[in-house]
Design a protein around this ligand. Structure first.
Ligand code: NAI
Length: 471
């Protein structure tokens, strides 16, 4: 780690996927850039979130090889959770050291320590104990990229051992035998699926009457039903209110319906996954002109500028959508804007992926949203069971849906099916570039691939689908 410089063109606070990308892009644009991080490079995403959770999802997929019996593949698999955890750490280490070397090769100065804003033009950095004295960096521009932290609910404190945040549960050295999951959102559904495949007995308690709020029912029904076939059980319409430990060390979660009916669910641990909140209260923003909303999110304009001249905020610290790739996009835009580049402002279409089984991937407008905004739309929807590659995966549940405006432009879509996280990039390109459905339909797609389903859905909006009925 470098010494603390007295001044910089750009100071980025926080080295998650928003901050480190902003710093690298700032340096690429010629700004003398300092990246301040008190923890690990890569932030929650690389160290405690997206990457370790996807390592778990992938290991669970291999462990569930019994699923392949209909392909004629049988046999026992054994899970050595300690060995898995070592491998997971190795993946994280490779990525975080990659971030360090990318920063260095782009000329970013990395400073280890805790930054606090002194005013609208300087931060004070407090290095780890005994390594150096605190020092100020005067800046022309700064980017606040301090991320978010898991929310809890009254009565559930992450400091209590059986109560785990998503971060805690990804750091376990042993697989829990029985898990109660509070919240059937992104995290609850992804981790329930993965732990169920690893053999954990999972029960999910969700306050609403369906999982994955915000996603269409015909998408979530497919995911919930497969989750149930993996052995996960659900209680909907019940909010977790308290927990207690019995003499065996088991934890019992108490949940209540709106009418006050109480139920109890016992397990070894409880994972609380009820959302995240921006982490903006530890960086001294009260010493600046930056405005922070009641929800903790920093208020920004279409370029990420805050009310303090030269100070930008990006990623989870600036509120929804709290997604790593949105943070990276906002980081690049803020750095380029700070460097005086001409950048487009406003909201770019942001894909969202849920790594359940099957996966969900969406981008742009749903048909209902497009209609609400006064547009006439045509919807193409093709099931994955009509796709050869999907059938060879052994699990062809789901569909590709494309929403097209009356001028033929692709406005959005929803994919639910095998590996759709790898297909949504094409849909995001079509929506971002305003491509015509005919361009997607007439682009030659490799065969046999899952992306052919998207091509067919686009073709169907024009009455040209070959492997699915035209409407
Ligand atoms: P979430 O907002 O997706 O879901 C939280 C759920 O908890 C909701 O369904 C809510 O009704 C329920 N809930 C709240 N209080 C409750 C209570 N007392 N009892 C029972 N249920 C209760 O939040 P989650 O899953 O924690 O994820 C946080 C954020 O992390 C997401 O918004 C997402 O942006 C990000 N994330 C993204 C992922 C991805 O891109 N694949 C994966 C994981 C997280």
């Amino acid at each position: 780690m470098a010494e603390i410089p007295a001044e910089a063109d750009l100071v980025v606070v926080g080295a998650g996927p928003g901050g480190y990308v902003a710093a690298i892009r700032g340096a690429q644009c010629g700004l003398d850039t300092v990246l301040v991080e008190r923890g690990d490079l890569g932030g929650v995403c690389l160290n405690h979130g997206c990457i370790p959770s996807k390592a778990l999802v992938e290991a669970a997929e291999h462990a569930a090889v019994g699923d392949a019996a209909e392909m004629g593949v049988t046999g026992d698999t054994a899970l050595d959770y300690g060995a898995f955890a070592d491998w997971q750490d190795g993946v994280v280490d490779r990525l975080t050291s990659g971030v360090a070397s990318l920063c260095r090769s782009n000329g970013v100065t990395i400073v280890e320590g805790t930054a606090r804003f002194v005013d609208d033009g300087a931060v004070e950095v407090d290095p780890p104990a005994a390594t150096a004295d605190a020092a100020e960096i005067a800046f022309e521009n700064a980017v606040v990229a301090t991320g978010s932290r898991p929310l809890s609910i009254p009565g559930f404190d992450f400091a209590d051992d059986p109560v785990a945040s998503s971060r805690d549960v990804l750091d376990l050295d042993e697989r829990p035998d029985r898990l109660v999951v509070v919240g059937a959102g992104y995290i609850g559904m992804e981790l329930s699926t993965a732990f169920a495949k690893l053999g954990t007995d999972v029960h999910v308690v969700e306050a609403l009457d369906a999982p994955l709020p915000g996603y269409p029912d015909d998408v979530t029904e497919i995911v919930q039903s497969n989750c149930e076939s993996l052995g996960v059980s659900f209680s909907f319409g019940e909010a977790a209110t308290e927990w207690y430990e019995d003499i065996t060390g088991d934890v019992t979660v108490v949940a209540e319906t709106e009418d006050g009916d109480r139920s109890e669910y016992a397990a070894e641990r409880v994972l609380v996954a009820v959302g995240r909140e921006p982490a903006t209260d530890t960086v001294g923003l009260d010493a600046t002109s930056v405005d922070v909303g009641d929800d903790g999110a920093i208020e920004t304009d279409e370029y990420g500028r805050t009310a303090a001249d030269g100070v930008y905020a990006i990623g989870d610290a600036a509120g929804d959508p709290m997604l790593a790739h949105a943070a990276s996009h906002e980081g690049m835009r803020a750095a380029e804007h700070a460097a005086g580049r001409d950048v487009p402002g406003g909201d770019a279409p942001v894909p969202a992926v849920v790594f359940t089984d099957p996966e969900i991937a969406t981008v742009g407008l749903t048909a209902a949203e497009a209609r609400e905004s006064g547009r006439d739309v045509t919807v193409g929807e093709v099931p994955f069971r009509s796709n050869g590659r999907a059938l060879t995966t052994g699990d062809a549940a789901g569909f590709a849906r494309v929403v097209v405006g009356d001028d033929g432009t692709v406005l959005g879509g929803e994919l639910v099916g095998p590996h759709v996280s790898e297909v949504v990039g094409e849909l995001a390109l079509a929506v971002t570039a305003g491509l015509d459905a005919g361009t997607v339909a007439r682009t030659v797609h490799a065969h046999p691939t899952l992306s052919e389903c998207l091509m067919e859905a686009a073709a169907q909006t024009r009455g040209e689908a070959i492997h699915a009925p035209n409407r």
